[in-house]
Design a protein around this ligand. Structure first.
Ligand code: TYD
Ligand code: MG
Length: 437
């Protein structure tokens, strides 16, 4: 087959050039030229297989999508739930997370479950077949329908896909795959984008379910996940702290289900195991009667979850006091500290403030404001929070505590775990009196 041409396209103005340049000659922006493959014409992809034309003729809206998408239930209920009720056949999903978080291990487990449906191909450019086989043995899984391929040339993988015709293909990882027609190195924006488009075409034209592994760094992304988010059907992320042996699996985008759903898994010798009651799990190591520890009733997706929020307030060592946040937004922490300083009159400018959501769970919702404020006040005053108390609420700039969504759901989760919600708190000024011992 003829080699496809590639161009360098300015991501800023669309200028196209056959050669790379550091500065776009058209709009003058630096480092904006990214290699792209010439678009295919005709309805066939470059491997010669037919790509289904998407919706060629207009149809009445009520006629569309009547047949429900076919799903495969892995039997790991928490996983199936986050996906929206099982894996949609022929869908392409990205599984992202930091290196070492458990992506390969988990996808090997999923691969094994999929062999009930047919052949599975696990293509890895990161580990040798021996390493993968060793892992499978350690996990106590594997059978003759699970095939492993160590390859990073995506065209070569596609040939095997064509030959094996698997029900599921794993691509581990997108950063190590390359298409030979592109000059750019594996892991570059160009390769990541073109490779994922290639995988998507291949999967959709053959109805093969695909999972793509994508590494992200602590800061959020390398060339990768962000670039391909809009190409794939769904994006899932593993979160967690290396120090803890549990992982949060979260849907960031899902064409076949709702986003923001989470499932909690525990790391074991035999791989990731679902945790059906995460609240109990997260609170199991909570220190009792210690200042600076607060229980927060959060909602992730449609799931209520109790988490421990800790704060440490100590006299500042440097002239600029430190504000460190883990699990919550750092700007949010600065605002809460400022509000407490103003409303309660604490001289927090002379104190370092550290806040941590235990377990490495990332909380985005404003309902965490009040627990964070209470943890700080508790640590500052060195008075513990009342036993068995659960908090939630948004804190406004004048110190008022606002209602949050799904309060009833949070209340039920607290009661289910033998805890009680702090009711009727109107302002952060009331924290010492209403929440502390
Ligand atoms: P791995 O799946 O290789 O992470 P990733 O593919 O995201 O880089 O997992 C990292 C290490 O953790 C690996 O040595 C196996 C180990 N591990 C367990 O022992 N049990 C588990 O449940 C998981 C998920 C991983
Ligand atoms: Mg891996």
């Amino acid at each position: 087959m003829a080699k496809r041409k590639s161009y360098y396209v300015c991501q800023n103005c669309g200028y196209k050039s056959p050669k790379w340049a550091g500065k776009c000659p058209e709009c003058g922006s630096w480092g904006s030229l990214v290699e792209e493959l010439e678009k295919d014409t005709g309805g066939r992809n470059r491997r010669g297989s037919w790509i289904k034309p998407s919706s060629s003729a207009p149809r009445p809206i009520v006629e569309i999508g009547k047949q429900r998408e076919e799903r495969f239930r892995t039997g790991i209920e928490e996983f199936d739930r986050v996906l929206g009720g099982g894996v949609v056949k022929g869908s392409v999903s990205l599984i992202s997370g930091e290196p070492g978080i458990g992506k390969s291990t988990f996808l090997l487990q999923i691969s094994d479950l999929f062999t009930k449906e047919g052949t599975v191909l696990y293509a890895s450019a990161e580990e040798s077949p021996e390493q993968i086989a060793m892992r499978a043995r350690r996990l106590g899984i594997g059978n003759d329908r699970l095939f492993v391929l160590a390859e990073n040339n995506l065209e070569a993988i596609a040939e095997e896909v064509e030959r094996l015709n698997p029900v599921l293909t794993i691509y581990d990882s997108i950063q190590t795959l390359y298409l030979p027609d592109l000059e750019s190195a594996a892991g570059s924006v160009s390769q990541v984008r073109e490779c994922s488009a290639f995988i998507t075409n291949l999967s959709k034209s053959k109805g093969i379910t695909s999972f793509i592994v994508g590494h992200v760094t602590k800061e959020g992304s390398v060339a990768g996940p962000k670039v391909l988010e809009h190409i794939v059907d769904a994006v899932f992320q593993f979160e967690g702290d290396r120090g803890y042996n549990f992982r949060v699996f979260r849907s960031l985008k899902n064409r076949f289900g709702s986003t923001g759903e989470i499932a909690v898994f525990e790391m074991t010798e035999k791989g990731l195991k679902q945790v059906p009651n995460p609240s109990q799990f997260f609170l199991s190591e909570r220190p009792r009667g210690k200042p600076g520890s607060v229980i927060f009733a959060g909602v992730e997706g449609s799931r209520p979850i109790l988490l421990e929020v800790q704060a440490l307030v100590t006299r500042a060592v440097f002239t600029t006091p430190q504000r460190k946040a883990k699990g919550i937004n750092a700007n949010r922490l600065s605002i809460i500290v400022a509000v407490l300083e103003k409303e309660l009159g604490y001289p927090l400018r002379n104190f370092d403030v550290f806040v941590n959501v235990v377990g490495g769970v990332k909380v985005e919702e404003p309902a965490v404001d009040l627990p964070v404020a209470a943890a700080i006040v508790s640590s500052y005053l060195n008075r513990p929070v009342k036993e068995e108390l659960v908090l939630f609420g948004e804190v406004g700039l004048t110190g008022e505590v606002r209602n949050v969504r799904l309060e009833e759901l949070r209340r039920k989760e607290a009661e289910k775990n033998g805890l009680k919600v702090l009711e009727g708190i109107k302002s952060v000024e009331e924290i010492p009196e209403k929440a502390l011992i």
